[in-house]
Design a protein around this ligand. Sequence first.
Ligand SMILES: Cc1cc2nc3c(=O)[nH]c(=O)nc-3n(C[C@H](O)[C@H](O)[C@H](O)COP(=O)(O)OP(=O)(O)OC[C@H]3O[C@@H](n4cnc5c(N)ncnc54)[C@H](O)[C@@H]3O)c2cc1C
Length: 387
Amino acid sequence: MSESNTYVIPDYYDENLRIFRSAVDRFAEKECAPHTEEWRREGEIPRSIWRKAGEAGLLMASAPEEYGGGGASFAYEAAIIESFGLCGVHQFVLCVPNAVFGPYLFSLGTEAQKREWIPKLAAGEWIGAIAMSEPNTGSDLRGIKTTAVRDGNNYIINGQKTFTTLGYVADILMVACRVEGRTEIDKSSVSLFFVEADSPGFSRGRKLDKMGLEAHSTAELFFEDVRVPTDHLLGGAEGQGFAHLMTNLNQERLIVALEAMAMIDRAIRETTNYVKERKAFGQPIFDFQNTQFVLADCAAKATAARAFVDACVKRHLSDDLDAVTAAKAKYWLSELQGEIIDKCLQLFGGYGYINEYPISGMYRDARVSRIYGGTNEIMKLIIARSM
Ligand SMILES: Cc1cc2nc3c(=O)[nH]c(=O)nc-3n(C[C@H](O)[C@H](O)[C@H](O)COP(=O)(O)OP(=O)(O)OC[C@H]3O[C@@H](n4cnc5c(N)ncnc54)[C@H](O)[C@@H]3O)c2cc1C
């Protein structure tokens, strides 16, 4: 198990979860860690790795067993996120199909959809993604322009999405649309549809050239008269999109917090190892009081952050994580991630700026945590409204 200077196994781990976590660590270290830079360059994770992850039981871990999922709790998804983060394989973003896309399907999808799609996702044959943001709107989803028009037993979807994580490789997408022909009030509302990527009229644009997280295959998507059956409308009723999004947003924000936590622990571990080796003025960099003070400050904050994020996971496991606490976790952990990685990078000196050193990749990858999953400004609005 990947221990680090600040990392300790969370106290909600039982024996089964420890065994699972050890298997995930082995998978991450053997199958993924040696290839992460190659994946960055290629801008995606090979399908063969998705299939191996499926064989290893890492996909759809928390989906019901009767549909081919692992039947496990969110603690197992958290264990995967932590393991991958600590091993530096956060480029392999399987938490999106698993714990962001997955719950919409297995809690709100029809029986036929679950039977059709969960086994494919669990085997790594298919990849799921979520397409809400559009070129002109992200924070304010009421502004989305993609439309769905009812036509007999189908809806016809037209519009454009952007920033879709895994959008370039996804086989199935959950797409946020406005249903046309409704009243003004309903027009401002949103409905969610499952769209298969081989549907006529669906196409992908560029794989977006990003400053980090290159293997996430983030893409623009286009919908031109894409026909989907009416039972691809999530939950079966129009205008329920926001209500459905609310059911999963806490988990999505907790995932961003968990990813940030794992990267914080890894940054402190890598930096501590580096400064103990690297010498200046005849002594290890670690022996300068400044280095010790910086790392002590990072370690103390990481310990406090760990207590908070683990408490949030436990509350989520008891179905007791409220939206404000989830927003606080996403906001505070992602801000801390940026602060600590920046301080750690400084301790690497010039090598911190060189891409072959992992701290440089962490610096680039971390920046988006303050933007996606709801920007940190939106998180602060949610927090302030509760005060
Ligand atoms: C790498 C990456 C992956 C992503 N993955 C996905 C995905 O898989 N699916 C998906 O649907 N989207 C995804 N997104 C989109 C992401 O969720 C949005 O970028 C984010 O919600 C912000 O929306 P925006 O970019 O339109 O910014 P805008 O909404 O235009 O915001 C611009 C700025 O204004 C601020 N702002 C906006 N409203 C307010 C307000 N009321 N008060 C104060 N400040 C405000 C914002 O905080 C921000 O600083 C991804 C984005 C990135 C970069």
